[in-house]
Design a protein around this ligand. Structure first.
Ligand code: NAP
Length: 251
């Protein structure tokens, strides 16, 4: 089955991004695998192609303006439009991002924000002209429930004990970006939502998560394939609080 739809997933060479690309490909989309490392990107391309997916590696480091511009040109030259953008690339530093606010360094914040926040703006703005050319494009920003100020400050909630600033604040910024892009684009067919994959076993957390990457990816795929009457400007996905519900999360 092919749909002629073109999807770009950033950070698609492993983890939730690779699973997202696989699932979008299984729905018949041509999947462009954004990966900053050529060998890892080609390996992911081979893996998905072996599984029958129309996948193509696109060199893309979301923190590198030239790389972003080259990737956008590649999409424009090759396809002329983009139907789905999944801003999935993200980092959580192994050291230094679990500290109290008073122990957090600006350098740490800067490193995380370069990828988790500024990278999303750079990629989205570079690709927005191509997303506007699609009949009804979808933008998915892969966020986290730890970016929800409401959940992080709920004294009865699962996250109240967490005091770390860098990763949660980067995802809080991403949530605001999502809401504002959705507002700017509300009179277009484009929908912009933030995905919460839930706590998934990937390299990001030393595989401590209790969901699989495939389960986490289902959230991005849901938001990437929303119908015309679907929502925009939401944080959506698996919730650890409230008995592990699935649906809209508070900002
Ligand atoms: N795992 C979870 O429990 C969880 C929960 C909530 C949200 N998330 C979010 O889900 C997304 C995917 O995370 P994951 O768990 O799948 O992590 P992961 O296995 O560590 O994968 C991260 C991906 O991002 C890529 N990446 C990092 N920096 C990049 C850059 N500058 N340019 C392009 N690609 C870059 C990595 O590429 P390299 O291989 O080159 O490093 C890798 O492909 C992230 O946004 C994360 O914050 C994860």
């Amino acid at each position: 089955m092919t749909t002629n739809m073109i999807a770009l997933v950033t950070g698609a060479n492993r983890g939730i991004g690779l699973a997202t690309a696989r699932q979008l490909g299984a729905r018949g989309m041509t999947v462009l695998l954004g990966a900053r490392d050529a060998e890892r990107g080609r390996a992911a391309e081979r893996e998905l192609r072996d599984g029958g997916v129309d996948a193509r590696h696109v060199p893309l480091d979301v923190t590198d303006a030239e790389s972003v511009a080259r990737a956008a040109k590649l999409v424009e030259d090759g396809y002329g439009r983009l139907d789905v953008l999944v801003n999935n690339a993200g980092i959580a530093l192994a050291d230094g991002d679990r500290g109290l606010p008073s122990e957090t360094t600006v350098d740490t914040l800067r490193r995380l924000y370069e990828t988790n926040v500024f990278g999303v703006v750079a990629v989205t703005n570079a690709l927005l002209p191509l997303l506007r050319r699609a009949p009804a494009a979808r933008i998915v920003n892969v966020s986290s429930e730890v970016g929800s100020i409401a959940l992080m400050t709920n004294p009865q909630g699962a996250f109240f004990a967490l005091t770390s600033v860098p990763y949660p604040s980067s995802k809080a910024a991403l949530n605001m970006l999502t809401a504002m892009y959705a507002k700017e684009l509300r009179d277009t067919p484009i929908k912009v939502n933030a995905a919460n994959p839930g706590y998934c076993a990937t390299d990001l957390n030393g595989h401590s998560g209790f969901r699989t990457a495939e389960q986490g990816a289902e959230v991005s795929v849901h938001l990437a394939t929303l119908p015309a009457d679907g929502p925009t400007g939401l944080l959506w996905g698996h919730q650890m609080d409230a008995g592990g519900g699935y649906g809209v999360l508070p900002w």
